[in-house]
Design a protein around this ligand. Structure first.
Ligand code: SF4
Length: 336
């Protein structure tokens, strides 16, 4: 039940994650958001997994690497991050002086949650000679315990940049880790974490779909389990998948990643057909429930009232920044 009073709504943000204020139904939110962007010198960075309306008002749409690079470069005063909590944290880590807003603080990530800071510290202490490479889908506390961060776009490049005789811990995604072991030939110690969305695809249903659409190519994100990756025609980050579908000559694709990406795929290639890969049961589990907590209304409210905001202790921020800087350096040197 929405409240009218903005002060009590602000007090409630910590508890419920967003400003629970009724939005005037006659407002043109697309227009209002554009107005707020200009008035406040604000930029909207959105992940490909956001709902189509949010993607359409964003100044930049990308995957984790692109979003981190855009956050690093922007001269806006306010960064409105339409994504999940760890992504907005990354923007804050890179921009301590800017205000970073997230429409819903509860937009978390099952993968980031699978690596609690204390348990990870214990694991790391058991392997003090290992370099720690962490996927960007982790909390600031895990980043602060890592040597280098990676995204799915640059992970192989980063792993290959580590000297061959140096043992490596890879966290938190065991599926991406296993894929990288295969791809780079490096034996890494894996943390046992996973993404709830990418683990849900059904091999049996995809195989049946492929029989009905024999010309369709299967595109998969490396967070998927090995049997899905095994039958994929292309494996890559969301940006990689988008680029492949744009440049490839096929006209039909089965897409094994979060369904939000289909909006840009369809916009880029209106003459092609994109079929979301089916999950194991008849749920909408290939929609990330965390990503989809953000709505156009919440986006508008957080810009209007500049709440909820991402705040962070300076010591933690500095420690978490080092491995991100390392990643950005390696990416730049590798031409990404
Ligand atoms: S899709 Fe998976 S990895 Fe991405 S935010 Fe959702 S739970 Fe996290």
């Amino acid at each position: 039940m929405s409240v009218i009073n903005i002060d009590s709504a602000k007090q409630n943000v910590e508890k419920i994650g967003f400003l629970d204020v009724e939005v005037d139904a006659t407002l043109d939110l697309f227009h209002e958001i554009e107005r707020l962007k200009k008035e406040k010198n604000a930029i909207i960075l959105a992940h490909y997994y956001q709902e189509p309306d949010i993607q359409d008002v964003a100044d930049y749409i990308g995957d984790s690497l692109g979003l981190a690079q855009a956050a690093e470069k922007t001269d806006a005063d306010i960064i409105v991050f339409a994504g999940v909590h760890f992504m907005a944290e990354t923007a804050k880590i890179l921009n301590p002086k800017k205000k970073v807003l997230l429409p819903d603080l509860k937009a978390g990530c099952s993968l980031a949650d699978s690596a609690p800071a204390d348990a990870f510290r214990e694991f790391r202490n058991q392997h003090p000679d290992h370099v720690v490479i962490s996927y960007i889908n982790c909390t600031a506390e895990i980043k602060a315990q890592s040597d280098i961060i990676v995204t799915s776009s640059n992970a192989a490049l980063v792993v290959n940049s580590v000297p061959k005789d140096q043992p490596i811990i890879f966290a938190p995604d065991k599926n991406l880790g296993a894929y990288l072991i295969k791809k780079t030939g490096r034996d890494m110690l894996l943390w046992n974490g996973a993404c709830m969305v990418h683990e849900i695809f059904s091999l049996e249903k995809i195989t049946k779909l492929k029989i009905r659409h024999p010309k369709a190519k299967i595109l998969a994100h490396p967070e998927c389990e090995e049997p899905i990756l095994h039958i994929a025609d292309y494996i890559g980050s969301t940006t990689g998948i988008l680029k492949y579908s744009r440049e490839d000559s096929a006209t039909e694709y089965i897409v094994a990643t979060e369904t939000g990406i289909l909006h840009q795929m369809q916009k880029d290639s209106p003459h092609k057909t994109f079929i979301p890969a089916p999950p194991t049961n008849n749920c909408a589990c290939n929609d990330c429930p965390h990503m989809k907590l953000n709505t156009l209304e919440k986006l508008y409210l957080c810009m209007e009232y500049e709440t909820p905001e991402i705040l962070m202790e300076e010591e933690l921020r500095k420690a978490a920044k080092k491995p991100i800087d390392r990643m950005l350096e390696i990416s730049r040197a590798g031409g990404l």
